[in-house]
Design a binder for this molecule. Sequence first.
Ligand SMILES: *[C@@H]1O[C@H](CO)[C@@H](O)[C@H](O)[C@H]1NC(C)=O
Length: 310
Amino acid sequence: MRHAVCIFYLVLRALDTLEDDMTISVEKKIPLLHNFHSFLYQPDWRFLESKEKDRQVLEDFPTYCHYVAGLVGIGLSRLFSASEFEDPLVGEDVECANSMGLFLQKTNIIRDFLEDQREGREFWPQEVWSKYVKKLGDFAKPENIDLAVQCLNELITNALHHIPDVITYLSRLRNQSVFNFCAIPQVMAIATLTACYNNQQVFKGVVKIRKGQAVTLMMDATNMPAVKAIIYQYMEEIYHRIPSSDPSSSKTREIISTIRTQNLPACQLISRSHYSPVYLSFVMLLAALSWQYLSTLSQVAEDYVQTGEH
Ligand SMILES: *[C@@H]1O[C@H](CO)[C@@H](O)[C@H](O)[C@H]1NC(C)=O
C-alpha cells in the first residue's frame, strides 16, 4: 500500500500548503481548491503568487484539526478497507478514524507550544487559553507559569477524550503491518502527553520522550493486550500526578476512570520480570544493533505524527 499512502500524503500536503496560505484571497483560493485535482495532471502548473508571511493564527480549532489530521485518519482507514487488508467497518467508522488523527495532532500542538511561539505560530485554541491569560504569548513569561500549567493540563485532559476511540479503532485491526503502523504513533503520543502533563518544561524548552522509551514502545506495541497495558500504565502515571488544586483535576480523573474501565478486560500489566533472561539479552542485543535503524524509524514515526506544520 506504500504507493497509495505516499500519494495520499503528497496530495494532502500540497492541498494543505495552498489552504494555509493566508496571502491568497478567498475569491482566488476557492477556485484553486476546487480545481486542484486537475492541476495534478498538468506537470507545468505552478503557483507563483504566494506572499506567505510567517504569522499564522487559527480561528476555528476543531475544524482546523479535522482538516489537517482527521482527514488523514479517515483517508488511510478507507485505504485499509478498500485494499481488503482490514474490515469495511474500519473505513466506515469516520468518528474513530477522525479521533486517531486528532489525537496525534492535538498532542503535537500541545508539545510544540514554545517552538511554535518562537516561529510566530499560534495553535493553542483561544476558547481555552483566554480563560487563563490575555495573550497566548503570556504563557512564555515566568510569572505566568502556574496559569500556563493549568491551561496545559486542561488541553491534555481534552486530548485524553480521544483515547476510547483510539482503543476501539485499534481493536478492530487484523493485519499486523497495519496494526503496527497505526498503534506505534498512538502510544508515542500517549507517552508524550504523559511527559507533558503538569510539566513546566513545556514552556521552557522541549519535552521529548527518551530514545530508549521510544524503542521500548515500538517493540511492545504490536498487539492489543500490550497496547492496552501501555495505555493503562501511562494513565496510572497521569492519575497519580494530578494536583488536587488543578482546576481540571476532576475532569482528568473522570476521563482516566472511563479509559480504565474500557481497558479492563484484557489488561494485565506486562511486567519485565516475566521475560526470561535469554529473551531479555536478545532484546538488548537487538536494541544495540539496530540503534541507528530505530533512530531513523523514530524520526519517521515522528514525521508521521506531524501532519502539516505538526
Ligand atoms: C497486511 O497488509 C500489508 C499491506 O499493508 C500486506 O502487504 C500484507 O500482505 C498483509 N498481511 C496479511 C497477512 O494479509
